[in-house]
Design a binder for this molecule. Structure first.
Ligand code: HEC
Length: 364
């Protein structure tokens, strides 16, 4: 069987470039050039058009960014508005990480799919091009249509001239390339043995650990034994009765009795005035309006969108007479469906919110 193609084998890429120039100048038709690594400028040399992959990447990335932006805007303002520590629903800065991830994801997937589509690749496809293992090792091969008659003689002459010119006797013309490099094949089982030798059957043992210092912290545990004085621990236990700075103790526990007791005994340390009520109003608008509504009439956005059952209105008979202590207690610990707000509002802030809630009770 006669072969349709011829191969010219080179040892390094500079000689390869000279060879390509020579062949193109003499009108030989180059089918493909196979190299062990991407060679800069090769596509240009053999006259390929620039790839469209970067454009596809940009378009898909832009689609990803827009999808991320519009999806989050829709979810957080319309489909499922959620109150994160009083932030506005349309909080653009917090959308950015997801937009970024979506951009990268869409662009990467888009480019891979475009590449597979353009190269007509799919799982289990038979390889239609010739396999030339030496080009995955250390040699460069130009594949060209086998010329006939005079042109073949010309090719042989040109290659011989090239050998002399580049002083490189290794350049060769070959019909079929079947070399295989056994050195590489021998390395494969060796790599497997190395990988598996680090595994152990015993699950308690981590096997071979690479850089254990990076995995296990060398710091002391808070209350571990003190190496300087074995009878003491690293951190000192604070004296009985110590409280953190700027922390105001609240003696009523999160129980029914605590709630009742707070209602009877708790006195707001802040006296009611317009400034405090105004500050309380601002905090109420950040943390409470979503459920309770601007005026405490149980018509917040979450209730209107039916994402949350309506709380009692501040004008209802039960809440109208609710004492300050119970209001404070419920804000601190939460009540049934209403969550605790102690971690979001300081003691002082809760006092101000109580003043504002009471001003609503009076107005209604
Ligand atoms: C997630 C929705 C939601 C948010 C946010 C919310 N509440 Fe409530 N609130 C409720 C619900 C529901 C109830 C009714 C609880 C019950 O009695 O079962 C309630 C009850 C109350 C009561 C009556 C408590 C009692 O002891 O009967 C007060 C006062 C109150 N909320 C104030 C506030 C204040 C002030 C804020 C903001 C710091 C706030 N709520 C934030 C849903 C909410």
């Amino acid at each position: 069987m006669t072969n349709k193609y011829l191969h010219i084998v080179f040892r390094d890429e500079e000689n390869l470039f000279e060879g390509i120039d020579l062949l193109r100048a003499n009108d030989f038709s180059i089918v493909d050039v196979m190299t062990p690594f991407p060679v800069h400028g090769l596509d240009h040399k053999i006259g390929l058009k620039p790839s469209l992959i970067p454009t596809v990447g940009f378009i898909c990335g832009a689609i990803g960014a827009l999808t991320g932006f519009f999806f989050q805007s829709w979810v957080f303002t319309s489909s499922w508005p959620m109150n994160f520590g009083g932030k506005p629903f349309f909080a653009f800065p917090s959308f950015i990480p997801v937009i970024f991830e979506m951009t990268v994801l869409f662009s990467a997937l888009g480019m891979v799919l475009a590449f597979l589509y353009r190269s007509k690749l799919y799982p289990h496809k038979e390889c239609s091009t010739e396999k030339v293992p030496i080009t995955t090792d250390d040699q460069f091969v130009i594949k060209l249509m086998k010329p006939e008659g005079e042109k073949l003689t010309l090719l042989q002459k040109l290659v011989n001239e090239l050998k002399v010119k580049l002083d490189n006797p290794e350049i060769a013309i070959s019909e079929k390339l079947t070399f295989f490099n056994n050195k590489i094949v021998a390395l494969v089982p060796l790599a497997f043995i190395l990988c598996f030798s680090s595994c152990k059957n015993n699950k308690e043992q981590p096997g071979y650990e690479y850089m254990p210092d990076m995995v296990y912290s060398r710091s002391f545990e808070y209350y571990s034994a003190n190496p300087l004085d074995k009878s003491k621990s690293m951190a000192k236990v604070p004296p009985v009765g110590s409280i953190p700075r700027s922390f105001t103790p609240y003696p009523y526990p999160n129980t029914k009795d605590g709630y009742e007791q707070a209602g009877k005994e708790w006195i707001n340390p802040l006296s009611s005035n317009d400034i405090y009520i105004d500050e309380g109003k601002k905090l109420f608008e950040l943390y409470c309006v979503y459920c309770h509504g601007q005026k405490g009439e149980a018509n917040g956005i979450l209730v209107e969108k039916q994402k949350f059952p309506p709380p009692p209105s501040f004008s209802s008979d039960i809440l109208k007479e609710l004492p300050a202590g119970k209001i404070f207690h419920s804000i601190t610990y939460g009540k049934n469906l209403m969550g605790p707000h102690a971690s979001m509002l300081s003691y002082q802030e809760r006092c101000k919110v109580v003043l504002f809630v009471q001003s609503l009770q009076k107005k209604l």
